[in-house]
Write a protein that binds this ligand. Structure first.
Ligand SMILES: *Cc1c(COP(=O)(O)O)cnc(C)c1O
Length: 410
């Protein structure tokens, strides 16, 4: 368009154009480039191995695939400028409403939510303290957690400079609380491994006026988990965006008490502070909101039925093979989806679990599965899930399992 035409176009555009931005699609400025890019296959161009994910929503595997609603939020989100604080405010309000929290913010994953949340607890609204971290002088800086909950992700809390105090019994937990205690941290997936349950943990926090935080990273099933812990009284709840909820992998949510969320945000962009490097772009903030909303609205019974149907395809294809044993189980809390534990009689099938996994990975198409004991308690063999499959991949997985089992049969 010529300049005069643009002016004419703009004056004819609805009044809302002034509020929502130019009203012009960004793509029109780059139409030729966009057309050329449409046919580009980056996976091929870069020689990236793509594979069927019959494993988990693990970070290493790039977690989950975003549904079209979510990727559209990213594409559309890229078309306008907004103020970063504004989009965090507005999306935070919506998330809080959906999850029964006082407030919420989008973080760079669940790990980031743990760091930001604790930073907020330690600094409050004191900007000098925000810039002082990870030097904790003059701040409450001890975080208490149960030994069985110290399974790796708790390390995130140390990013703030806080010291972790590990306890086992209720008496030890009570005795560990002192004037330096900043927070009590709970890892949902290890609920049954710990001696203290939710109620006891919350009661301890309440009695001593210490905030409580729970990590529910990949526990978006059942969907009630999204508000259950806010309702229960945890002061902060942290969850991954790109795991069970299928949002952007580098997004997550921190929700809870209003004052704590406000304080947490002081350490994150656009502010400086220890989470300045945990930037989430506006596209992903919007996409996180859409993914959460979609997850809450979707028909989870239908989804469950789809998982069961896929699992039946896999199990029915291989269960008749001599020496093969199949057991479908449900991980108790995290990754709450039907999971297959496949084992075999070594005398009848000459292949280790590791060899089986390698053959599946190196086959065509490559398939990633888990080692036995990853999600369940019993070890040996392999484990696999079907929730991250694309339609039709259940049949491919079933066929490949059968091929390798038959080839290794004596
Ligand atoms: C994956 C995970 C995290 C980290 O989440 P990200 O979204 O990858 O940052 C934290 N805690 C638990 C229990 C997890 O499973």
């Amino acid at each position: 368009m010529k300049r005069r035409e643009i002016i004419k176009f703009l004056s004819a555009a609805p009044l809302a154009g002034g509020i929502i931005g130019s009203g012009l699609p960004l793509q029109s400025a780059f139409a030729e480039e966009a057309a050329a890019a449409a046919g580009r296959d980056l996976f091929k161009e870069l020689g990236l191995k793509t594979f069927i994910n019959a494993s988990c929503v693990c970070t290493r595997l790039t977690a989950s695939l975003m549904p079209p609603e979510v990727t559209q939020a990213i594409t559309k989100g890229a078309e306008e400028f907004v103020l970063l604080d504004d989009v965090l405010d507005k999306v935070g309000e919506k998330i809080a409403e959906l999850c029964h929290a006082e407030a919420a913010t989008v973080t760079a994953g669940c790990w980031s939510a743990l760091v930001q949340g604790l930073a907020g607890v330690m600094t409050g609204m004191d900007r000098k303290k925000v810039m002082q971290l990870p030097n904790v002088d003059g701040m409450k800086s001890e975080v208490i957690l149960q030994k069985s909950h110290a399974n790796g992700y708790h390390e995130a809390l140390k990013n703030t400079g806080a010291k972790l105090v590990i306890v086992e019994t209720a008496a030890q937990a009570e005795a560990a609380i002192n004037e330096k205690t900043a927070m009590l941290w709970f890892l949902n997936r290890e609920l049954s491994a710990g001696q203290l349950n939710y109620e006891q943990w919350l009661a301890l926090g309440k009695k001593h006026g210490v905030p409580t935080m729970i990590d529910i990273a990949s526990d978006a099933h059942p969907v009630e988990n999204l508000w259950k812990f806010n309702d229960m009284g945890f002061d902060l709840v942290a969850i991954s965006g790109g795991k069970a909820m299928r949002g952007p992998q580098s997004a997550g949510i921190l929700m809870g008490k209003k004052a704590l969320i406000a304080a947490a945000r002081l350490s994150a962009p656009p502010n400086s502070g220890i989470c300045r490097g945990h930037k989430v772009n506006k596209e992903e903030i919007l996409a996180m909101y859409v993914a959460l909303e979609r997850h809450i609205k979707m028909d989870h019974e239908k989804e469950w039925k789809m998982w069961e149907d896929r699992m039946a395809v896999v199990v029915n294809t291989i269960k008749g093979i001599k020496g093969v044993k199949t057991e479908v189980f449900l991980p108790e809390i995290a990754n709450n989806t039907p999971t297959l534990h496949l084992t075999w009689d070594d005398a009848q099938i000459k292949m280790t679990g590791k060899e089986f996994r390698e053959r599946l990975w190196n086959g065509n198409p490559g398939i990633e599965v888990m080692g036995g004991g990853t999600m369940g308690k019993s070890k040996g063999g392999i484990e696999l899930s079907v929730w991250q499959l694309k339609p039709g991949q259940d049949k491919i997985v079933a066929r490949r399992l059968k091929e390798e089992l038959m080839a290794a049969s004596v």
